[in-house]
Design a binder for this molecule. Structure first.
Ligand SMILES: *Cc1c(COP(=O)(O)O)cnc(C)c1O
Length: 387
């Protein structure tokens, strides 16, 4: 418990209604149920807020990267099924079993540890078997898939509830990679059917796969009769672009996060006055400079200096000079700012809007990295759903 309330007028507002609506739109686009990915603190939005909002929007599953993240959801009283996206260490098995998390599996030692735990408790542990169809990160490569399936079929302590794979280039619909991955998936599903395994779930698509390849994913999934399709969507739940050629807004997804602060200090400076560390920027004319109490320690990319904007009074004001750890400066030109004026760093103010995609472009990265880079110091405030 912090000894003082949040005194700095800087916060990230998270719109739970937008998250819920995005989940419903993704489910409609997929023609499938939604597993909402809330790893990395809900892509920086707050994992518990995001999880509750996603469930309210109709998600039937949640997914996390770490057992620790699953424990955080359970601590908050969330009872929905939670998928672990990769295998943790074998030492984590008793914890994930105790928390009733559903593990993704692909390695023999991990399956053996789960089998032992399931036999010990007298009830098999539901697992999702992951085939690596081309991501080459985790999952059993096609050559090892039959061996994994044989091990699972022979393990009374586990039951194969789901089968999954992960797409590497779904955000680039013009390359053939996704089609090749789906071909390998279809081969892998044949091996599942041949062993008489009867998983009830199949999940393949991330956000880009859901928005750009829904038909192909559905067609491949039909090769596992009896398995309902699920999509593992993260970035789209938060209304952000998955990058590449896929645009969230074109699919009706809404950004759920706004970053708001207020002018903390204002002054008039003369043309040519150099500003901030390194004096990398100088005033182009006589005019007004506003100080805003947010910096790169909160997750504002340092690269916005001289490249990005923030909104004051519904107008874009360029970020003047180097973004510092705790503060940044805005060039307001002739418009005199007043201490306390609202500053919108991300999101809408009046008719103007700044998207996280702008920050990502300025920083030469992707929305995922910007969102998960928002600092723990930035208070996340859940706001009432609009509309
Ligand atoms: C993070 C992750 C997702 C979600 O991807 P988005 O592009 O954010 O939709 C889905 N599946 C796996 C295995 C992941 O690691």
């Amino acid at each position: 418990m912090s000894p003082v309330p949040d005194l700095r007028p800087t916060r990230a507002e998270v719109d739970a209604g937008a998250i819920a609506r995005n989940v419903a739109r993704l489910a409609a686009a997929a023609g499938a149920d939604v597993c909402a990915v809330v790893k990395a603190d809900g892509y920086g939005h707050g994992a518990v807020t995001a999880a509750r909002a996603a469930l309210a929007g109709g998600a039937t599953w949640l997914a996390v990267a770490l057992v620790e993240e699953g424990a955080n959801l359970r601590d908050a009283g969330i009872a929905a099924p939670v998928l672990l996206l990769s295998e943790p260490t074998v030492a984590a098995v008793p914890h994930l079993v105790g928390l009733d998390l559903t593990p993704t599996v692909y390695s023999a030692p991990f399956v053996a540890a789960l089998d032992a735990a399931g036999r010990e408790r007298g009830r098999p542990i539901a697992v999702h078997a992951m085939l690596d169809t081309g991501m080459a990160r985790v999952g059993a490569p096609p050559a090892d898939w039959p061996v994994l399936l044989d091990a699972l079929a022979a393990a009374p302590g586990v039951v194969v509830e789901g089968v999954e794979t992960h797409l590497a280039r779904a955000d680039e619909p013009s390359v053939p990679t996704t089609g090749l991955q789906l071909d390998r998936l279809v081969d892998g599903l044949g091996a599942v059917v041949a062993r008489g395994l009867a998983p009830t779930l199949l999940h393949v698509a991330n956000t880009a796969g859901t928005l750009a390849h829904a038909d192909a994913v559905r067609a491949a999934g039909a090769r596992l009769p009896g398995a309902a399709p699920l999509v593992r969507v993260g970035i789209g739940v938060y209304g952000l672009d998955p990058g590449g050629e896929v645009r969230a807004a074109e699919h009706g997804l809404e950004p759920a996060l706004r970053i708001v602060s207020a002018v903390s200090f204002a002054k008039r400076i003369a043309a040519g006055t150099p500003v901030s560390y390194g004096h990398r920027w100088s005033a182009p004319a006589d005019g007004w400079l506003a100080t805003v109490p947010i910096g790169y320690a909160d997750g504002v990319p340092r690269a916005l200096g001289g490249r990005g904007d923030a909104l004051v009074g519904g107008r874009r004001c360029p970020v003047a000079g180097t973004v510092t750890m705790d503060q940044l400066l805005l060039w307001c030109g002739d418009a005199e700012p007043t201490v306390g004026d609202e500053v919108v760093l991300l999101g809408a103010q009046g008719d103007e809007r700044i998207g996280m995609e702008e920050w990502a472009d300025a920083a030469g990265t992707i929305t995922y990295e910007v969102a998960t880079g928002l600092g723990p110091r930035l208070p996340r405030v859940a706001v009432a759903a609009e509309g």
